[in-house]
Ligand binder design. Structure first.
Ligand code: COS
Length: 404
């Protein structure tokens, strides 16, 4: 009975009312479409995808047909021509029903598609965007390496110019969607003595001599999305595949990650919202001491903290999105949104299990999946500790201090 309660539609989430007065009509419509699709097509399969680490190829095609695989991409390249707020709204709705699928969508849009849309040449957009925004193909972003995750500028992958070509060598780690990905934005060192300015970005198709994949990582959560190493062994690509200008790769990567932080914050909010829904439905039905446990003050305190943190996270995330959409600086705001939303997801999913007790700890209900899916949001696109650093750096700058 409890199982059906957690998947029933009878409750309208009280915490979502903020949407109606903050979001414009266009975004409310998009939210409805995305929510309806995700509820009918992702909710029923989320546990199966998670258990078997399955990539939802059909659903990604359908999300592509709805415009959700090219949210920020111009219409002429097949995109939805939406804004950052639209990305946030869509990712949150998808994450409410399937955390793994929301990773696929969020990373593909924020790190791959938007970066090419902003910086690519017409030819690059034709080759690396058009077939990637309809859900037929997935794109990836390859920055991290085994020994350079947070210290991104310390990467060791090299790109050597040889006539009209670049030759790439190195191993990229933690590449989201790496197993299915058909193209990669690879960030590599193109000038040994250039420091941050000796790094460039390259567009690399997956079907090319010298490129291979490592094993598919067996992850704690977001298991519908794949993660693997990408090995580049004398991969030769034409000069036309240089993305942006030579030497600008570090900044290209950082500004892509700034957007990704809004995407991950939105994912964290979606997972939190699902966990809150699960917890409140359980608390309203579960009898203890003669009454539903929602009557118990300790449970009320947990629920009150959960909903408050979610609302605060969402508003901070939408603020960062709106700043980006209006062309203002948003680096600190994206980091604050990611920091707060990911900690909220950890808090809310933890408390969801606490309210459900033993029922939260077994796989009959989705609470344990939410808990596992939430964990990554404090790690990828820069762990919490890096968000502290980015926020403090930007704060210090505003007061005329330089930390590093
Ligand atoms: N957005 C845009 N530009 C940025 C930026 C950001 N978030 N962060 C730094 N830059 C720019 C700086 O403005 C600086 O430019 P100038 O040389 O013109 O002044 C340049 O990049 C170097 O900046 P900085 O000296 O701060 O770089 P650091 O090597 O010290 O690294 C951190 C800064 C740690 C913040 C950065 O490496 C980082 O965010 N790491 C985490 C990476 C990450 O999230 N990885 C997850 C992988 S996602 S697949």
């Amino acid at each position: 009975m409890i199982k059906s309660l957690c998947s029933s539609h009878q409750f309208l989430l009280f915490s979502r009312n903020v949407s109606s007065f903050v979001l414009p009509q266009s975004h409310l419509k998009l939210k409805k479409i995305c929510s309806e699709y995700s509820e009918s097509s992702l909710r029923p399969i989320a546990a199966i995808l998670d258990k078997n680490q399955l990539f939802p190829s059909e659903q990604i095609k359908e999300l592509g047909a709805l415009g959700f695989m090219g949210i920020l991409v111009e219409k002429k390249y097949g995109g939805f021509d939406g804004d950052t707020l639209a990305l946030s709204v869509a990712v949150e709705e998808i994450a409410r029903y399937c955390g793994g699928t929301s990773s696929i969508v969020s990373i593909h849009n924020a790190l791959y598609a938007d970066t090419i849309n902003r910086l690519g040449t017409i030819e690059q957009k034709n080759n690396f965007l058009s077939d990637f925004v309809n859900g037929n193909k997935i794109g990836c972003f390859a920055l991290s390496e085994q020994d350079s995750g947070s210290d991104a500028a310390n990467l060791k992958t090299t790109a050597k110019k040889c006539g009209n070509e670049w030759i790439l060598n190195g191993t990229k780690a933690w590449v989201t969607n790496g197993i299915e990905g058909e193209a990669f934005i690879v960030i590599a060192r193109s000038n040994e003595s250039g420091g941050h300015n000796g790094i460039s970005a390259f567009l690399v198709p997956s079907k090319i001599a010298g490129l291979s994949r490592g094993k598919k990582e067996d992850k704690l959560g977001i298991r519908a999305s794949s993660t693997c190493n990408i090995i580049l062994d004398n991969v030769r690509i034409p000069n036309e595949n240089l993305l942006g200008n030579e030497g600008e790769g570090f900044k290209i990567a950082m500004s892509a990650i700034d957007l990704a932080r809004i995407g991950i914050a939105s994912q964290a909010i979606g997972i939190s919202e699902a966990a809150l829904e699960c917890a409140i439905k359980y608390a309203g039905q579960r009898i203890a001491f003669g009454n539903p446990i929602i009557n118990l003050t300790p449970v009320q305190i947990r629920l009150a903290k959960m909903v408050t943190k979610i609302e605060a996270s969402r508003l901070l995330t939408w603020k960062a999105a709106k700043l980006r959409d209006s062309g203002q600086t948003f680096i600190q705001d994206a980091a604050m949104a990611k920091l707060v939303s990911s900690e909220t997801a950890t808090f809310v999913t933890h408390n969801c299990i606490q309210i459900l007790g033993g029922m939260g700890y077994i796989k009959d209900l989705p609470a344990e999946r939410y808990y596992r899916d939430a964990r990554i949001t404090e790690i990828y696109a820069g762990p919490t500790d890096i968000q502290f650093l980015v926020i403090a750096d930007n704060l210090a700058k505003k007061y005329g201090f330089k930390i590093r």
